[in-house]
Ligand binder design. Structure first.
Ligand SMILES: C[S@@+](CC[C@H](N)C(=O)[O-])C[C@H]1O[C@@H](n2cnc3c(N)ncnc32)[C@H](O)[C@@H]1O
Length: 298
């Protein structure tokens, strides 16, 4: 028996738990905080379900989300300007989440379309754009398909902060790279960032350390546990501990990752029709993950 404090919100607590188990095989869910005894453990959720569930709280993984948005826009526009001579143009952010990259670029000289497989994240990205007076076209789309307006006409495609490692095998990865190539005009630029898995697979770390944030309810602590299933596959267990009225509530969410190394992603990009595939490390860009850039073949 797992003793849990459940979030309540859309529907009653019991309803949410039952729906979570049936639809997602996923125990804990959404909304404000309540308390419930739940049998079993959290099962692995699809990326869409995992990020749908996180979307309203996602900004809390950053110490200051607005500052992060501005800093990342500085890095990305700096790369586009310095390496590709692009000061403006059409950008597709193909794994936009709640808009960490899309919002910053839309605040600059770029015309942004933002898509993601998580419908709740996309809705929040649209809401954040509206609240900032920014114009962003949004779409719910799998990066393997990218059925978005103006496909084939984008100057830039983005996939930042470790979205591509959610694709668990070579077929899925190649399909996504082909879709990213297809949405770009010939000569268009792809920029993507992933964790430094070349180093990570050597060490197979057991997770990410705890971080603490103040919230309206009280202190919130989150940390990750990584269960390695093979050399390049792990289950990420995302724990959130919320303090409220002297009590701690714990949520666990799980999703699957591939430890995607740079040579594997470079090969998939080349096979999909990209050239000039170049990796830049954090000490070169100031970004916290390695970034790959690639040019769409004519
Ligand atoms: C770690 S989040 C990063 C989001 C955003 N780029 C940011 O930095 O805040 C990874 C994102 O990849 C998205 N994602 C995972 N698999 C996807 C897929 N097959 N198609 C489109 N988006 C996907 C998730 O929904 C999630 O929003």
């Amino acid at each position: 028996m797992l003793v849990a404090h459940l979030k309540q919100g859309r529907g009653s607590t019991a309803c949410v738990a039952e729906r979570g188990a049936a639809r997602h095989g996923f125990v804990l869910s959404r909304g404000g905080w309540g308390r419930l005894m739940i049998p079993g453990v959290a099962l692995e959720a699809s990326p869409a379900d995992f990020y749908d569930d996180l979307a309203e709280d996602y900004h809390l993984i950053f110490a200051d989300w607005n500052a992060t948005i501005a800093r990342q826009a500085e890095v990305i526009t700096g790369l586009l300007r310095a390496e590709h001579g692009l000061l403006s143009g059409r950008v597709l952010d193909a794994s936009c989440g709640i808009g960490t990259q899309a919002l910053g670029l839309a605040a600059r000289e770029f015309e942004v379309t933002a898509s993601d497989i998580s419908a709740v994240s996309v809705r929040r990205c649209a809401r954040e754009a509206a609240s900032r007076g920014l114009s962003i076209t949004t779409a719910v789309a799998d990066v393997r398909v990218l059925d978005v307006p103006n496909a084939g006409e984008f100057d830039v495609a983005l996939s930042f902060d470790n979205a591509l490692p959610h694709l668990l095998d070579d077929d899925a990865l190649t399909t996504a790279c082909v879709a990213l190539r297809r949405v770009l005009r010939p000569g268009g630029v792809l920029l993507a960032s992933i964790r430094d898995y070349d180093a990570i697979v050597q060490q197979r770390p057991s997770g990410d350390p705890p971080r603490s944030f103040p919230t309206e309810l009280g202190e919130r602590i989150s940390f990750q546990v990584w269960d390695w299933l093979s050399q390049d596959r792990y289950t990420l267990r995302h724990f959130t501990m919320q303090s409220s009225g002297g009590d701690w509530a714990v949520l666990e969410r799980r999703t699957a990752y591939r430890a995607l190394t740079r040579p594997v992603l470079s090969s998939a990009l080349a096979a999909a029709g990209f050239k000039n595939i170049v990796w830049q490390m954090p000490d070169q860009t100031g970004f916290y993950q390695p970034i790959v850039s690639a040019i769409a073949n004519a």
